[in-house]
Design a protein around this ligand. Sequence first.
Ligand SMILES: *[C@@H]1O[C@H](CO)[C@@H](O)[C@H](O)[C@H]1NC(C)=O
Ligand SMILES: *[C@@H]1O[C@H](CO)[C@@H](O)[C@H](O)[C@H]1NC(C)=O
Length: 283
Amino acid sequence: MGRSWTMTVFTQCALFILLWVALYMGKSEKPRRASPLDLYFISVGGGERPPSDRTLLLRQMEKTARFYKVKFIVSIAELGEEDPLVKNATLEFPSLKVPWYTSGSGRGYFWKQVSIPYDRFLDIFSVDTRSLQDCLQTRPATVDERDQLEWLVEKLKATNGIWHIVIGFHPLINCQGHKNIMKTKLFQPLHHIFQKYEVNVYLSRQEGAGHYIKEGTTAYIGNPIPAVVCNGITCNNACCIEGMHNGFLLHRVSPLEMESYYINSTGKIVFRSTLYQGRKEVM
Ligand SMILES: *[C@@H]1O[C@H](CO)[C@@H](O)[C@H](O)[C@H]1NC(C)=O
Ligand SMILES: *[C@@H]1O[C@H](CO)[C@@H](O)[C@H](O)[C@H]1NC(C)=O
């Protein structure tokens, strides 16, 4: 009798603890590990930061890269490969010694193809928004600039990759604490190409805070960089991501979906977005 009563109390306690753990775990959100085959990569905005901020950010990236076995890092930095973040990362943080694909300003364009599970591919096209922008604003396009757009279209047409990611230094859409989303002059010509050739994501940098804006079938994702003039920007609209000062993004890619986690330098996920694969041949 006494023994079965003890058992009941024990079982009740055990159930209560399990329930509590389940609830607690449900609350503390972590990036999902949906399949061990999924590919993970990080994207980050480069540029100058106080050394303590840089160390904090790199430590957090290192932890994440180790845990998720991140395959590569996309960085968006004015100085390209010469960016202090890239240099520090690859010198001092072992898990960040993976390929870095860096989109700079005025530093040319390139294409990389990466394998993802089930014999599929992800394409990364880095465009040089500085030269494209100059050409749209002040004068007719030079041969080189026209070449760049033609190059992008040709590559997009020819690729067998199922995810198309374009990276560029400048955001095409801005939302720095303003109510309205502001589209830059580069937006229309590039967005037109993105829609026609199924670009899933445009990754850029964004001063002050991150952003996430879906236009048509393309997601515009801004990687935060510490703002020079407007520190402590307050976000008051849907697209600007609060709490992302000095953060980075972790992306999980499977053939069917791509999830992006906005992680700040204290390791908190402040925002998450999911894109689903639209290409029928994948299903
Ligand atoms: C990073 O690189 C700078 C030079 O770019 C160097 O002075 C510094 O010691 C490095 N380490 C860290 C953790 O910032
Ligand atoms: C990180 O995010 C958490 C939760 O949103 C927030 O409380 C914290 O202030 C953020 N930290 C930084 C450094 O942005």
